[in-house]
Design a protein around this ligand. Structure first.
Ligand code: IPM
Ligand code: MG
Length: 356
């Protein structure tokens, strides 16, 4: 029996999570496995119920689970709150509390969606890359941070981009290990022409790389990388980078696939794991049954693969998604092709196609 904590969150979060759970139930029935799911509130939903973005008990439940499935957090209602009360703090608390330092964001392009990408077909056809984003360090967590008042009454906001050797080592190791199961190429992305934290990053990644002589390592500055992702995304296999660069580059990589509604993610530590779509809570379409649940459904596939090591079932979910995309689209993917379907119908269609 597998224990999964489900955190639907805000906006479209609950809608896409419902569909992902539909798929998980189908997996459970075809494979005769039991997934013991429990739900809790996070983000805005938790602010409404408990007055804080996440409560200690939820964090403890997450620690006691084999995996966490999260929807999305945030919305305009809570955007006015001070930093420590923002719904996004729930995500950061989970990442930090569970030690989820490795964030995997695979971007592959479905052959049926070549026309949904804003880039030319010949540029995106065959793209299959994995962003490995450091998730518990860097400028997101670095101290000192704050907003201070100057004597003249003006203010200064400041943050610290900081990386210690061991933080770079463990994320680099993950990236090389993952590359071994793929095309054995790692590009490390930094800003080592300007930032000391990047100089150390590059040095440590290079050191770790020596232990993986079968994997080809190269380095790229982040500005060039942003350009190369659009110019020739097929050159990338595994990309390893810092928390903030990874945040930005993974949104860019998402658009190669046609819609950010397609991109799943896995956040892994040494003991815990959390799975969530890369997209946010999309308040503008929340409650309309219009969201694309595929990113969350593919996040379930990643859960089956990385936490439960049920590789065939992970493939089966991914295959079901591909089959459905031959004919059906949620509105974010709708071009001239495909039949428009709602979020819940998309979930039904995919669940129906999951086989053992
Ligand atoms: C992401 C999101 C989060 C991040 C926000 C919601 C805190 O953009 O997961 O990419 O910046 O990490
Ligand atoms: Mg982001």
């Amino acid at each position: 029996m597998y224990k999964v904590l489900v955190l639907p969150g805000d906006g479209v979060g609950p809608e896409v999570v419902d569909e992902a759970l539909k798929v998980l139930r189908k997996v459970s029935s075809v494979a005769h496995l039991v997934f013991d799911t429990e739900e809790a509130v996070v983000g805005g939903a938790s602010l409404e119920r408990h007055g804080v973005p996440i409560i200690e008990a939820t964090l403890s439940k997450a620690k006691a689970s084999d995996a966490v499935l999260l929807g999305a957090v945030g919305g305009p209602k809570w955007d006015v709150l001070d930093h420590p009360m923002r719904p996004e703090q729930a995500l950061l608390a989970l990442r930090e509390g569970l030690g989820l330092y490795a964030n995997l964001r695979p971007a592959t392009i479905d052959p049926n969606l070549l026309d949904a990408s804003p880039l030319k077909r010949e540029v995106v056809e065959g793209v299959d890359l994995l962003v490995v984003r450091e998730l518990t360090g860097g400028i997101y967590f670095g101290k000192p941070r704050g907003i201070k008042k100057n004597p003249d009454g003006s203010e200064q906001g400041f943050n610290t981009e900081i990386y210690a050797t061991h933080e770079v080592e463990r994320i680099a190791r993950r990236a090389f290990e993952l590359a071994r199961k793929r095309r054995r190429k790692v590009v490390s992305v930094d800003k080592a022409n300007i930032l000391e934290s990047s100089i150390l990053w590059r040095k440590v990644v290079t050191e770790v790389g020596k232990r993986f002589p079968d994997v080809q390592l190269s380095h790229m500055y982040v500005d060039n990388c942003a350009m190369q992702l659009i110019r020739n995304p097929k050159q990338f296999d595994v990309m390893v980078t810092t928390n903030m660069f990874g945040d930005i580059l993974s949104d860019e990589a998402a658009m190669l696939t046609g819609s950010i509604g397609m991109l799943p993610s896995a956040s892994l530590g040494d003991r815990h794991a959390l799975y969530e779509p890369v997209h946010g809570s999309a308040p503008d379409i929340a409650g309309k049954n219009e969201a694309n649940p595929i990113a969350t459904i593919l996040s379930v596939a990643l859960m089956l693969r990385y936490t439960f090591e049920l590789h065939d079932l992970a493939l089966s979910v991914e295959r079901a998604v591909r089959e459905v995309l031959k004919g059906y689209r949620t509105v974010d993917l709708l071009q001239e092709h495909g039949q428009p379907v709602s979020c819940s119908r998309m979930g039904d269609l995919i669940a129906e196609r999951v086989r053992s």
